[in-house]
Design a protein around this ligand. Sequence first.
Ligand code: PRX
Length: 705
Amino acid sequence: MSERRADAKEAPEESRLSEAEIAVHWKEEAIYHPPPKFVGQANLTDPAIMERFSEEHFPECFREYADLLTWDRYWTTTLDTSHAPFWKWFVGGRLNASFNCVDRHLEAHRNKAALIFVPEPEEEPTQFITYQELWVRVNEMAALLRDGCGLRSGDRVTIHMPMTAELPITMLACARLGVIHSVVFGGFSGEACGARIVDSGSRILVTMDGYYRSGKLLDHKANADIAVRKAAEEGVTVEKVLVWRRFRDRPASTTPMVEGRDFVVDDLLKQYRGHRVDPVSMPAEAPLFLMYTSGSTGKPKGCQHSTGGYLAYVAGTTRLIQDLHPTDVYWCMADIGWITGHSYIVYGPLALAATSVLYEGVPTYPDAGRPWRIAERLGVNIFHTSPTAIRALRKLGPDEPKKYRYAFKCMTTVGEPIEPEAWRWYYETVGRREAAITDTWWQTETGGFLCSTKPALDPMKPGSAGPPMPGIYPIVFDEEGKEVPQGAGRAGNICIRNPWPGIFQTIWGDPERFVRTYYGKYNRNRSSTDWHDWPYFAGDGALWAADGYLRILGRVDDVINVAGHRLGTKEIESACLTVPEVAEAAVVPIVDAERGRVPEVYVALKPGIAPDPAIAERVSRAIETVIGKIARPRAVRIVPDMPKTRSGKIMRRVLASISNRMDYGDITTLANPEVVEQIRLQVQGSGPVEARAGPEDIRRFGQEH
Ligand code: PRX
């Protein structure tokens, strides 16, 4: 057994582990060089980029990204740090995001597809939306939002929509008006949507009546009714629900429309046919959107992203890392309801006049050949997806890619660490050794990539995200704030020393939480206006190798990365507590070969209530209702008591070890050590304790920071 102490507060020793002990059990991998054909055409082939973006040239280096945009008024101050850590980029500048993603491309690309919408049913025709058509539809929708709903710049609109072309159209219509959109992932429940409506103070909800998922037509309109009810319970009135129709000619949902509140968008749009709305010139630091994400508490955080800094950063990084040229056909298989979709389906690609493919459904429907058929048919040459999708496609159809004639020049992964084995399948079988692969590490908060190989310049190393992006200066700290140097062979908490244009501005409505969560841990001087004093705490463990490549080891807080999506354990636990019989709940991540991590739930019942599988079932259903199917636990375990410290804190780390069949360490300091063995027997049966190392994020799980 290890000598790890059970009390979380006294257990920073993980950062002393040697690299060999790091549990990701991935060893140093051989490197692969970028294919010469790719290098020959790449946007970024000049190694001097790192020098151009070195600290000596910071922050002016980011002018290079901002100059990709069209500004109504050029900025006067590149970076204003006077209200640290509320950084302001390109101050004095004015621009409109919708103009930059649509209008300015009309002259050269009017007749080019901006969006290609691929419906899940294979027999349904693909929709090609040219820049001209996008411009018309964005204008008409903007007219409806402005003239029909009375929305003005600074107002918030919640958008709860599936992956269809109407989603980016709605986002760009908001951006045209300076209205702040808050897109809620379509798979989140009505209640989760309602909570986000309340937090953002939206009085308009935009939704769609239905959509296809795994061959089924889902009734999505029903979620809107729940969302509006939940918002009303918390004092926020949704005045109008705008319902896009999945099918032009018929409803996709049987949920009734509420008279005077719900409106079919296409009916309303008739009034605005041919209307044009001048893009509102917004200050660079005006918020463009909110994107809610999970953290260590039960309340999701509304990450507020700026207009100028964000758009500059996603345009710059899309160009350099995804190597996007206007002639490319680009497909990011993420969902627009997450940050990846915002930055790298909508804003980055459209800012660069690309063709961006949107796919409605699941990658393995109707079979694991679907993505490769889509790529073949549309001539996709840049492909972006997650390790979870790669694992699923590999498992179900390891040889499928060989059946189709497509040619990728570069491919990206995002969202989770990718196992070298999965990486190699992606490189060899999907990419046919002809595509450069980038593993991009970043977060909802960061707007765009923070670490990645530069595809024509840096060799690829499976399992490592790669070196920092130009203009990003990371540092790895131990728990005491001492630097863990590059090549030290020890893991620590990755931070970024400097601000960059894509960083979020604040947590909507909670600036104190913003400062506390992201800067509280390593800030040296609260009143400093010097950015050097404010390292950004990312919440991930990382190992920085001597060659400059960063290997991301996973979250160090109570966040579970399920299939590349962030779920807060506290949010899931609060959902469990809505079941009246439940007294206490603890949620832990378990390792899953396909989805990376999945949640497992432990509950203790109120006194006098006997364990019953029906209660476990109700807990599972409560989680789906409050959050969504994505959070559905692998198992709900009813236990006699939770392992606790003497101060009453539930030891999630011990439970995580049990669930993952790992050594749970020394538990003698617990208030109730005997319960641990009881739970272990219940979960694992009567075998001996297995002393095997587990993944780093699970070993650190549940520790306080
Ligand atoms: O733990 C890291 C993991 O995903 C978290 C961010 O999740 P989210 O805000 O939902 O954004 C996901 C898409 C950017 C990070 O804190 N993560 C993201 N990318 C990688 C990763 N872990 C390892 N390798 C990556 N490439």
